[in-house]
Design a protein around this ligand. Sequence first.
Ligand code: ATP
Ligand code: MG
Ligand code: FE
Length: 333
Amino acid sequence: MIVLGIESSCDETAVAIVKDRKDILSSVVASQIDVHKEFGGVVPEVASRIHVENISYLIEDALKKANLTMDDVDVVAVTKGPGLIGCLHVGVQAAKTLAFAFHKPLVPVHHIAAHIYANELVTDVHYPVLALVVSGGHSQLIYMKEEGSFEILGTTQDDAIGEAFDKVARVMNLGYPGGPKIDKLAKQGKNVYALPKPKTQGKYDFSFSGLKSGVLQFTKRMERQGKTYSDADLACSFQECALNEIFDKIRLVLNDFPDIKHFVVGGGVSANSRLREKVEELKGEYPNVTFTVPPMFACTDNATMIAVAGTIAYEHGRRADASLTADANWEIQ
Ligand code: ATP
Ligand code: MG
Ligand code: FE
């Protein structure tokens, strides 16, 4: 089955064509990072306008690269939410137009479910699954008893992890998006600065805003005292503190749910090299669990994951009609 996926939830316009869940026939992404970095973050109205400019061209390009026409496509899948509402509407309208003009089934996809299903590109996923979602807008631990079922065990009480990376990078004047810059800089540093350990209420919940403020206060204190500090050491100390918080919670869940067979990671921060190292370390501790991270190209926003998730949702019978609309706060399904 050939699925064409469309993604436009934030600042990437993307279209991909995937055959039978795994076989990527084409995948094109137009990132707006160069536009938004001038503002230090995504400007929603600007983002929606650029999606409108790019979307038709990307659909044509994806078909051309796959050497297909719409006649060869079986299903059209699109991100319905969550995301920026004006951005989501662009993808949803494009998908509806394609589906109804070419008489194809239309399948709405949840963006976070798609980040999780990106792991299908690496290996067949075995359930029950523990999914760690670490992205620009989400930090969650999700228990999946079976494909298509999502139980949120823990979530962030304040900032998402990617947001914390981006804000800390801004404090340190590293530019936008901050995640990859901190990742790179941390490699040259040591974990030597004591930063506040996050405090949470729920057993599996996360919190990153105290840590982010801790970095800001640290830089201010050093300036006030006329002391210098190492950017690389600060990046490393922040990254270790944030990741340790996450990995402590992963261990809690894996200990509490011995039925979990497969651990997967999804979202932009799964591209983080230190996070990927820490997943490797878990392998030795939990020999009965399979550990998978998405391929690098499928970590940050892309449409390959939307096509994969669309395939799965289609197999589970999900369909939409002409009344399909975007939902900025759509619950995971
Ligand atoms: P959501 O998926 O929650 O809707 P989003 O789509 O905006 O949010 P993603 O595209 O999944 O987010 O991820 C973007 C985030 O990933 C940014 O915050 C970025 O800084 C972060 N990120 C990307 N690469 C890395 C990296 N190597 N290390 C840490 N963070 C990273
Ligand atoms: Mg993005
Ligand atoms: Fe995302």
